[in-house]
Ligand binder design. Structure first.
Ligand code: AMP
Length: 604
C-alpha cells in the first residue's frame, strides 16, 4: 500500500453519501490500493482492466462506484456481474447488499445453476438493480427472456481467468453480445492469459488499467512463518501462539477498525495486555498507547495498516498478520515493524487456502520461502505454561526478605488449621493460575486448520473463558459461539422452539449451549458453540425440521433484508454456498447441484 493510498479516505472519493456511510459502518478505514485506483475510473464511466486477485478488496472496488451510480427508481437490471462460481456469486451479492444498506429499496439478485428456477423467475419478474450470476444460468435467463439487459449500464467480469479455466469463455462472449453497445465493462483477473486479453481487446473501450505491482524487499532480520487457519479459528490459533511463543512485544494486523477493538477486548479477556490502535483514535491517544507499549505496560497492539504507519518500537519482536494484507507492499510494510535496530523479528501470517496466491506473491516479493508453522497443541501450551509457572515460583523465592510477611501467614495457616505444606502450596498454585488457568491436557488437540487437520477446539478453555467473563446471558453474549445458517425460516412455519428441539436432539447438545436464534422469512440463524465436533455438525446438517432438511452451514455475509411477514422472498435470502457451478454451465444447470431440489423460495 502506498502512502498516497494510506492518506486517502473513502470520503475523498466522489462516492454517493449512502455508500460512504455503509463503508464507515463496516469499519473500513481507507481504500485498498485496487479500490483507490479503480473507483475514480469506474465513477467516470470508463472501462477498466483490473489485475487483482482475491483478498485485494476488488469486490468493493467495483461495487462501491457502481452502487453510487444506481438509479433506485429504475427496476430493470443496471449492473450485471459474472462470476465463475455460485460461491463467489453469493459473496458478491452479499457485498452489494452490505454496501447498499442505506439505499432504500435496493435489490441485488444472485442467479446460479442448480438454484430453483421458478423462484429465480419470480424474483427476476419483481426486478433487481444488480444481477450477480454464473455464466451458464445467466445465459439460460437471457434465452428465456426472463432477464433483459436493455437498461444495463455496466458489466463486470469477475475472476475472468477462473471463468476461462472453467470453460466459460464462449458463454461470456455470447453474453457480452447481448448487452447494449454503450455499456461500461470492468474486467478483473488475477492473471492475463491470451484469451482474457482477447476478450478485453474486443469488449473494452480504451480501458484504464489498474495493476498492483509487487515490489521486492529484503527482510533478512525477519523470520517469516505462515499458519493455514480459517476465519473463525484464528482467535484460537492466535491464543495458542501467544501462550507458547516467547515474545517481547507484538503487533497484530487486522483489516478493520472494528476488528482492532474486538480483538483487543478478546485478548484482554484472556489475560493479555493488549490494546487497539486505529484511525478513529486521536493522535494523542494513539501516542499514549504506543508509549505504554514502549514502557512495557502493554505487550500487544492490534492495529490497522493506517494506524501503524511509521510505528517504530525497538522491543517489537513479533508481527502477526491476523488478516492477510491487500498486497505485498502492505505486507512488507507491516512486517517491517519488527526486526528493528539490528534485532531479530518474527512475522506470522494467517492465511486461508483461498489466499494461497497472495502467499506465493509474498514469498516472491520478500524473496524468502515462508515455512508453514505447526500450531502448538494444547499439551504444548500446557507444558510451556507450567514450565513458566515453575520458573516464576523459583524467581519469587529469590526475593528473600520480601517474603517474610508471607512466611508468617503460612505458619499461622499451618498452626490454625493443621494444614500440610503440600496442600497449602497446591491451593496457592491454584489461586495463582485461576485468572489464566492451565489448559487441560486431556482436552482435544489442534484447533481446526484450513484444508487439513480438522481436529477439535479446546472446549475446556472456552468453558473457563465463559466462566471468567461471568454469566452475561446467552441472548446478549455470543462470545465463543459461531453463527450458523439454517435454510428454514418463518415461511416454512419454523419457530425457535423447533430449532432448539432439533439441534438439541440431533446434535446431542444441551439446550443451554444453544445461543441467540433469529428467524427470517426463508432462513434462520443460530449461534452454536465454537469448535463443535465434526460429527455433531454432520449430524445437524442431516437433521430435519417439519420434514424439511435444515441444511446447517456457517453463516456468511450480512443479514437477509428484514422482510415484512407475508412478502415473498423469491430467492434473495436463499443461498447455496461453497459449490462450483461445475459442468452445469448450460441449459438449466444440467449436472450442477445434485441434491434433491425443493421449492422454498417464497411459496407457502
Ligand atoms: P475481496 O478481495 O473483494 O475478496 O475482499 C477481501 C476482504 O477485504 C473482504 O473481506 C472485504 O470485506 C475486505 N475489505 C475490502 N475492502 C476493504 C477496506 N477498504 N478496508 C478493510 N477491509 C476491506
Amino acid at each position: 500500500m502506498t502512502d498516497t493510498n494510506n492518506a486517502m479516505t473513502f470520503a475523498d472519493l466522489p462516492l454517493s453519501e449512502a455508500v460512504i456511510k455503509a463503508v464507515q459502518d463496516v469499519g473500513y478505514e481507507s481504500p485498498s490500493p485496487i479500490q483507490a485506483q479503480s473507483i475514480p475510473h469506474l465513477l467516470e464511466g470508463r472501462d477498466l482492466l483490473g489485475l487483482a486477485q482475491t483478498g485485494t478488496g476488488k469486490t468493493a472496488a467495483f461495487a462501491l462506484p457502481l452502487l453510487s451510480a444506481i438509479d433506485l427508481k429504475q427496476r430493470d437490471p443496471q449492473v450485471l456481474v459474472l462470476t465463475p462460481t455460485r460461491e463467489l456469486a453469493i459473496q458478491v451479492a452479499e457485498a452489494f447488499q452490505r454496501y447498499a444498506r442505506h439505499m432504500k429499496g435496493f435489490h441485488v439478485l444472485p442467479v446460479y445453476g442448480g438454484q430453483d428456477m421458478r423462484g429465480q423467475l419470480r424474483s427476476l419478474q419483481r426486478g433487481a438493480h444488480v444481477i450477480v450470476g454464473t455464466p451458464g444460468r445467466v445465459m439460460d435467463h437471457l434465452r428465456r427472456e426472463s432477464l433483459k439487459l436493455d437498461s444495463l449500464k455496466t458489466v463486470v467480469l469477475d475472476e475472468a481467468d477462473e471463468m476461462l479455466r472453467m470453460g466459460f469463455v464462449d458463454d461470456i462472449e455470447w453474453i457480452m453480445e447481448q448487452t447494449p453497445a454503450d455499456r461500461q465493462v470492468a474486467l478483473f483477473s488475477a492473471t492475463m492469459p491470451y484469451q482474457i486479453r482477447k476478450i478485453a481487446d474486443t469488449h473494452l473501450k480504451e480501458p484504464a488499467t489498474v495493476e498492483i505491482k509487487a515490489k521486492t524487499a529484503t527482510v533478512d532480520t525477519i523470520t517469516q512463518k505462515v499458519c493455514m487457519v480459517s476465519g473463525f479459528h484464528k482467535l484460537d490459533a492466535l491464543t495458542r501462539i501467544l501462550e507458547v511463543e516467547s515474545f517481547d512485544a507484538m503487533i497484530i494486523f487486522v483489516r478493520t477498525k472494528t476488528a482492532t477493538v474486538e480483538l483487543a477486548e478478546k485478548l484482554e479477556a484472556r489475560g493479555f495486555a493488549a490494546a487497539a490502535l486505529n484511525g478513529d483514535m486521536s493522535q494523542a491517544l494513539r501516542e499514549k498507547v504506543v508509549d505504554r507499549l514502549k514502557k512495557k505496560s502493554l505487550d500487544i497492539l492490534i492495529a490497522t495498516d493506517v494506524a501503524a504507519r511509521g510505528l517504530d518500537v525497538e522491543r517489537m519482536s513479533h508481527v502477526v498478520n491476523y488478516d492477510i494484507p491487500y498486497d505485498t507492499e502492505a505486507y512488507v510494510h507491516r512486517i517491517g515493524r519488527t526486526g528493528r535496530a539490528g534485532r531479530q523479528g518474527t512475522a506470522i501470517l494467517f492465511a486461508t487456502h483461498r489466499e494461497r496466491r497472495m502467499l506465493r506473491a509474498i514469498e516472491s516479493a520478500t524473496r524468502q520461502r515462508i515455512d508453514t508453522m505447526r500450531l502448538p497443541s494444547m499439551s504444548d501450551v500446557r507444558d510451556i505454561r507450567i514450565r513458566q509457572f515453575k520458573e516464576d515460583v523459583i524467581k519469587a523465592i529469590d526475593m528473600g526478605e520480601e517474603l517474610d510477611v508471607f512466611r508468617e501467614i503460612v505458619a499461622e495457616l499451618e498452626q490454625e488449621n493443621a494444614l500440610s505444606y503440600e496442600d497449602m502450596a497446591a491451593a496457592l498454585c491454584f489461586m495463582a493460575q485461576k485468572e489464566r488457568p492451565f489448559p487441560d491436557a486431556k482436552e482435544p488437540e489442534q484447533p481446526r486448520r484450513e484444508g487439513r487437520d480438522r481436529g477439535d477446539r479446546d472446549r475446556g478453555e472456552r468453558r473457563r473463558d465463559g466462566e471468567r467473563r461471568g454469566e452475561r446471558g446467552r441472548e446478549r453474549n455470543n462470545d465463543g459461539m459461531v453463527r450458523y445458517r439454517v435454510e428454514l425460516g418463518r415461511d416454512q412455519g419454523i419457530n425457535p422452539g423447533d430449532l432448539v428441539g432439533a439441534i438439541a436432539n440431533e446434535g446431542k447438545i444441551s439446550g443451554q449451549s444453544i445461543g441467540h436464534i433469529r428467524l427470517f422469512d426463508n432462513c434462520s440463524s443460530v449461534y452454536l458453540p465454537e469448535g463443535m465436533d465434526k460429527s455433531v455438525i454432520e449430524a445437524l446438517k442431516g437433521a430435519r425440521i417439519r420434514n424439511r432438511p435444515m441444511e446447517l452451514k456457517l453463516w456468511t455475509g450480512d443479514e437477509p433484508q428484514t422482510e415484512r411477514r407475508g412478502r415473498r422472498d423469491g430467492g434473495r435470502g436463499r443461498h447455496e454456498g461453497g459449490r462450483r457451478e461445475g459442468g452445469a454451465r448450460r441449459e438449466g444447470g444440467r449436472g450442477g447441484d445434485r441434491r434433491p431440489r425443493r421449492d422454498n423460495s417464497g411459496t407457502r
